[in-house]
Design a protein around this ligand. Sequence first.
Ligand SMILES: Nc1ncnc2c1ncn2[C@@H]1O[C@H](COP(=O)(O)OP(=O)(O)OP(=O)(O)O)[C@@H](O)[C@H]1O
Ligand SMILES: [Mg+2]
Length: 471
Amino acid sequence: MTEPVKPGLDGPDFSAYKIAGLYAVLGGLWITFSDRLLWALVKDQAWVNSLQTYKGWFYVAVTAVLLYFLIRTALARIKRLEEARRATELKFLQAQKMELVGRLASGVAHDFNNVLTAIMGLAQITMRSMDEADTRRADLEDIINFSGHAAALTSQLLAFSRKQFFQPRPLDLNAQIKTSEKMLRRAAGEAVGIEFQLAGDLWKVMADPSQVDQVLLNLAVNARDAMPQGGKLSIKAANLEVGKSLHADGEELPPGEYVMLTARDTGCGMDQATMARAFEPFFTTKELGKGTGLGLSVVHGIVEQAGGRITMESKPAEGTVFRICLPRYSGPEPAPAPAAPRELPAGGKETVLLVDDQPEILMVMRRIAESQGYTVLGAGSYEEALARAASAGRIDLLVTDILLTGKSGVDLADRLLERQPGLKALFISGQAADPGVYDRVAAKNRPFLPKPFTAEALLAKVRQALDAPAA
Ligand SMILES: Nc1ncnc2c1ncn2[C@@H]1O[C@H](COP(=O)(O)OP(=O)(O)OP(=O)(O)O)[C@@H](O)[C@H]1O
Ligand SMILES: [Mg+2]
């Protein structure tokens, strides 16, 4: 949960003691010396008398003017404080709401991923067992494709709730945008022309490529919806150096080096009320069935997760600009990952221990692995897995869900590794309940497979894990 931030206030800080003290000293000096000054300057007694009356008025006038300014600044200050407090409160409430919806969404997505994995896996095994000429293959292919659409939706939900397992790496946004160009043009539709302005020698950022795609895609789809009669969308990437903290939309951008991604459309724009809620999950102005209202909240979640900031600017009937600033990555380049094998992954004769507390997933994984010749042991829980491992002979690979009702698959792997040094492990999961657990997988560079997965993906990862040199 985000802590409410203490609002920083600009403007001078008038200390009441200082002002009162200064006033007393100046007033005392005035009373003591003004008469002497008057006598020194004016010799005529009548003149002195009338000037003395004005002197009193002068004193009152100066005090009144001073009081006026003091009270005015004090009131403005109180008002500013109050506004800042209210803004913080609103932000806090908003964060709380996001957190709640996020938890709900990720819970649903987790269960959904399990079901999808089972559906896709079964459809693929069945399809493989069919004759090439079988006409029912097309139906199965459709089932797999539709499951793929559903998987894309759950990945939106998980990205929004920031519980998606993401694999950031140093990324050249130019290259990423270029590889997604086709997809973006298709998403924006024929009526919308996309113009790319990509600065040369762009800095790298640390981000997950598929999340960057998701951000670009959501912005492009929104731009298309905002320009039903057609228009222009320009996507720009440029380096940005921030000297002093920047403030925009109440978001602060600390000094540093950033890569700024700008998406500008010439669409219908947004009024103040829409802008205020645009990033809210499930907020949509689109008719039923056209929008889920998740697009921008997903974008927001991804940008925050990458340590960046997003702001928007919009005018009804003129257009909208989204600006995303991602911190520059200037660390070392990791070695490129070996390319994924193109042909159908080979099977093997090794013994694999599969652990998942979802019976349907366990069943599907078992069938996939067995169909390729592996000897499979299955376990539905942490304890069962330990018992299985104890009674079994040699195990070549452990494939386990990271979350095993109350226990951790990573702990299981470590425990089994103590018994059988050199044991290899592959982790699977549909959601990151505890980011720390994921760090333990990511930090050691352990093989990981996000749910939902296809039979091919599982087989490829299993083979890859088995063939990797022992840690
Ligand atoms: N480029 C844009 N121009 C005008 N309005 C926009 C733009 N992008 C977003 N909006 C407004 O913000 C709302 C929320 O956007 P968001 O992407 O979160 O949801 P959606 O597009 O309605 O649904 P979804 O993206 O889930 O299909 C939109 O309904 C729309 O009113
Ligand atoms: Mg959208």
